[in-house]
Design a protein around this ligand. Structure first.
Ligand code: GLU
Ligand code: ASP
Length: 496
């Protein structure tokens, strides 16, 4: 985007009006608040919907299949960010991407709100995957667009935005979870209404608050390119449709092969992305060194999100099956556990922000923070072993152990997640800067693709080994990263 455009865009956004930040942040905050409200509300009950018996309103799938499918879903939701980022960059700009994405997401939840079968579930999955790919990375990119290059409020803007994400994620499992026993479809309906409110906020306030932000594609396709690209896309779509048609009718395309396919894509896509950036003539030698430094960080992020995201699959299952839900006189709804992560994030994020400021130059470096993130993630799995170790695997577990586990992973998340996004924007080559948001989300995509593969090792008999091996693996990786930190820092060429 030309510099002149950048300045014009910032000038068109009222620069005050939301906690000392540009007014546009109000629009982005509430759009993302409601989008995450709908996503995390749906996700809080999804796994139960899939494996609960039909008589209880569920789809009656096998538990392992349900857990794997939720991971695949989570993986695709972040993988599709590449498509969303590309469409915004080259065709219609980020603002339209958010609008179209929101509409698709809402339709996806509406499809789930109507009682239906497994096919309806897949239709809704496609809508929500594509919709989130359009909305999620692009709404975050617009946050970056409403500030001038060196505006010091930018970091605070992203922190406020991050609060919005977690406030939405906190509220919805409580509401959607509470209606789950009455009707799953009502729960999905509430998610759809959440997205509708987000869309209304976006459409009603974007002109006034966001001005020109997000209205230009950063690197639009020329007429000539358009023709070529559309022909290629058309051919690719036909080939994919043919493959799906043939394999499905021949009975080869089963849920199992689908899960394996996404597992492979989860690893192959980021690998190709790295090779492509590394070899591009547009990447300078300093940037190449930074890319090398980014690889161990990316691997660490994959390990971290693999554990964090199991909070909505394996731990959700654990909450339902292995936890004492009648506790201290209250009947706990298992979906409510999903509100713990965002609750801890909201309360602790200001503490961490204060801590980093207080430590100033003495604060851990970026690789060290990632390493601390992994140590806490590992611990969050290891603590689950304690009640089983003391009480045996037959007794139901005190829910406070699960609360402790969610708490520990959040300590790690606060060392890794906000740092990771800004590190990505700093370490990615300038020529690829527009796509860095999607690059960061590919770590979550890879993590969940991996999760879909490993859930099959989780059975009531292997529970101890499962949490133990993954917990220890994360700690070992964290220690290795800690040892390598000074070298990685060197490769980062001055980025802190
Ligand atoms: N939980 C955060 C969100 O929904 C972070 C997601 C991620 O990076 O995986 O925005
Ligand atoms: N902490 C996650 C994120 O930042 C939310 C969640 O897992 O519920 O949005």
């Amino acid at each position: 985007m030309a510099t002149i455009n950048k300045q014009k865009i910032v000038d068109s956004v009222p620069q005050k009006g939301f906690f000392g930040n540009p007014k546009g942040l109000f629009t982005l905050f509430f759009t993302e608040f409601w989008e995450r409200f709908s996503y995390y509300g749906m996700r809080a009950i999804l796994v139960y919907y899939m494996y609960y018996e039909v008589s209880k309103g569920g789809l009656g799938l096998e538990e392992t299949t349900a857990l794997a499918l939720v991971s695949i879903y989570g993986s695709l939701v972040y993988m599709s960010g590449i498509i969303g980022g590309w469409l915004a960059d080259r065709i219609f700009g980020t603002s339209k991407a958010v609008l179209y994405g929101g509409i698709l997401i809402m339709l996806g939840h509406i499809v789930l709100a109507v009682p239906g079968n497994l096919s309806m579930f897949f239709v809704s999955m496609v809508l929500i995957v594509l919709g989130t790919g359009l909305l999620k990375p692009n709404v975050s990119s617009i946050v970056g667009e409403i500030y001038v290059e060196n505006d010091e409020r930018r970091d605070s803007g992203f922190s406020i935005f991050y609060m919005g994400i977690n406030m939405g994620a906190f509220l919805s499992p409580l509401i959607v979870g509470s209606v789950m026993n009455y009707s799953f479809h009502l729960g999905f309906g509430i998610a759809a209404i959440g997205m509708l409110i987000g869309l209304i906020v976006f459409v009603a306030t974007k002109k006034k608050n966001l001005g020109l932000a997000g209205t230009f594609p950063a690197n639009p396709l020329s007429q000539n390119e358009k023709k070529k690209v559309f022909t290629k896309l058309g051919i690719a779509a036909l080939i994919i449709a043919a493959i799906i048609g043939i394999t499905a009718s021949a009975g080869i395309l089963t849920i199992e092969t689908f899960i394996n396919l996404v597992g492979i894509l989860g690893i192959v896509i980021p690998t190709l992305y790295f090779i492509f950036m590394y070899r591009s003539p547009k990447t300078t030698s300093v940037e190449r060194s930074r890319l090398l430094a980014y690889i161990p960080l990316f691997i660490a992020a994959v390990m971290f999100w693999a554990i964090q995201e199991q909070g909505a699959t394996i731990l959700a299952n654990y909450a339902d099956k292995r936890t004492q839900l009648n506790f201290a006189g209250i009947e706990i709804n298992p979906a409510w556990f999903q509100s713990l992560n965002p609750l801890f994030i909201i309360t602790l994020a200001p503490v961490f922000a204060w801590l980093w400021i207080k430590l100033g130059k003495r604060q851990p470096t970026i690789p060290q923070k990632f390493s601390i993130g992994l140590l806490f993630a590992g611990l969050s799995f290891l603590v689950i072993l304690l009640p089983v170790y003391f009480g045996g695997s037959d007794a139901l577990v005190n829910p406070l152990w699960l609360v402790l586990s969610y708490f520990l992973v959040v300590l790690g998340e606060l060392c890794l997640s906000p740092v990771g996004l800004s590190a990505t924007t700093k370490l990615a080559p300038a020529a690829f800067s527009a796509q860095t948001m999607s690059l960061w989300f590919l770590a979550s995509a890879a993590a969940q693709a991996l999760n879909a593969q490993i859930v099959r090792f989780y059975t009531p008999q292997t529970e101890m080994a499962y949490f133990g091996v993954i917990g220890v693996a994360s700690i070992v990786l964290g220690l290795a990263l800690m040892a390598l930190s000074p070298r990685i820092q060197g490769y980062m060429k001055g980025i802190r």
